[in-house]
Design a protein around this ligand. Structure first.
Ligand code: AMP
Length: 419
């Protein structure tokens, strides 16, 4: 074989493809309870949309975007995340006017040129939500509770919600300055962090190399303005009301510049170094920065692969069983037409009825008129068919077929008209 899937990408089929689908369906049901409606947006956008919203001095923009020129020289990028696109769609389509509540969710793959490892890919699936135009702490708390409920529904029974606030444009600059002053006195920061002290000092806080040994760091909570203090207290009060446990994590920052005030990350103890299942926060200035009216907003995204991995470790994942199989076998080519007709009829039924009592999802396989009856049975076995409907000459003369239960090997003759 001359070709391989590009590094950091993966194929999904069979049970794993079904699990991803089941995860998305499960999340859809939770989003519905919170009244979020689904939004689809392009896989690629104007690269400037991401540069502008995520921030020039972030890892995503500096190192991780898949940027390309199309045939007309437009500079485009595969989407590294969903928020910027949802904001663009919200503004471009006038959704503030047409949707009474600006609550949206999405499912789809994102692209980042990162160093691949377990739980970190270059193309990965996210499920996320955005809530526009509610400035109050209730929106932050709702999104965090939503993320928790989505993860719970996905089978994540153990998780830790890390909570922090980044303040607002009136109080963050003094923290940023104090942090930059502190960091500039520190010896031996890694090369990236030496740069970040000037460009984006907050990111030094989540550097895996440097942050563990930095002690007595200035803390954002000590710099918050009165309104931010009140907002943060309000979010916490509502989280407690919804019995959503959290830990204040003063080292928590985010890899995207657009966040204001509340940020959070939900982690699993079962995932090793890539332990973040979901993350998000408030971004009150992004809609305006992208050319819209001042519109507060808050959102989150989870990594589908990581959620499925954690649920598997906990043995509590969503069940995504394969459909139950009815196999149609024919004793000769002359019966193919009738067998084909019955297959089409069975597939048009909402449920397989007495053939497979209680089945929610079922497949009808066959006929394979060019194979011998023996090899049709072998195939039915491989496919774990529960029932085989056999078209034989003699029964067909009586307008009947034989139905074999593959588990018990019991057979009975049934009139074709009764299906
Ligand atoms: P972010 O968009 O960076 O806030 O990430 C939100 C969630 O997406 C994270 O908590 C991860 O679960 C997941 N995620 C981010 N980057 C990757 C990646 N490269 N591979 C797999 N999952 C990822």
């Amino acid at each position: 074989m001359d070709y391989k899937a590009p590094r950091g990408t993966h194929d999904l089929w069979g049970a794993n493809a079904r699990k991803l689908h089941a995860l998305e369906e499960t999340c859809r049901r939770v989003f519905q309870k919170f009244d979020y409606s689904e939004i689809k947006f392009p896989t690629f956008e104007d690269a400037a949309l991401f540069t502008r919203s995520i921030g020039e001095a972030t890892d995503i923009v500096e190192k991780e975007m898949y940027v390309f020129e199309d045939r007309k020289g437009r500079r485009l990028s595969l989407r590294p995340e969903g928020t910027a696109s949802v904001v663009r769609a919200y503004l471009e389509n006038g959704l503030a006017q047409s949707m009474p509540l600006g609550k949206f969710f999405y499912c789809g793959s994102m692209f980042r040129y990162e160093r691949p490892q377990a739980g970190r890919y270059r193309e990965f699936y996210q499920i996320g939500a955005e809530y526009f135009a509610n400035p109050g702490p209730a929106a932050d708390a709702e999104v965090i509770v939503l993320a928790r409920d989505v993860l719970r529904a996905a089978g994540i029974s153990e998780m830790t919600v890390h909570l922090h606030t980044l303040g607002c444009p009136s109080c963050r600059p003094s923290f940023r300055k104090s942090l930059a002053d502190y960091l500039s006195t520190q010896e031996g920061l890694c090369a990236d962090c030496c740069r970040r002290v000037v460009t984006n000092p907050l990111r030094v806080l989540d550097c895996k190399i440097d942050s563990p040994r930095l002690t007595d760091l200035p803390r954002m909570v000590d710099f918050l303005c009165g309104e931010c203090v009140q907002h943060f207290a309000g979010v916490q009060e509502l989280l407690r009301a919804a019995q959503c446990a959290y830990e204040i994590d003063t080292r928590l920052v985010r890899g995207l510049d657009y966040y204001t005030r509340t940020i959070f990350e939900i982690r699993s103890a079962h995932l090793g170094s890539q332990d973040a299942l979901a993350a998000g926060g408030r971004y009150d200035n992004l809609v305006k920065d992208l050319g819209g009216p001042q519109t507060p907003a808050v959102g989150f995204a989870l990594g589908s692969e990581r959620v499925l991995m954690a649920a598997e470790k906990l043995n509590t994942g969503i069940e995504a069983p394969a459909p139950r199989v009815i196999f149609i076998a024919v004793a000769g080519k002359s019966l193919e037409r009738e067998a084909f007709r019955l297959a089409a009829h069975l597939r048009s039924l909402p449920a397989p009825g007495a053939l497979l009592p209680g089945a929610i999802a079922f497949s009808v396989e066959g006929p394979f008129a060019d194979k011998s009856l023996k090899s049709q049975f072998r195939l039915a076995d491989k496919l774990c068919a529960e029932k085989v409907i056999i078209f034989g000459e003699a029964e067909f003369q009586r307008d009947a077929v034989t139905v074999r239960d593959m588990a018990t090997q019991n057979q009975e003759e049934i009139l074709i008209g009764s299906f």
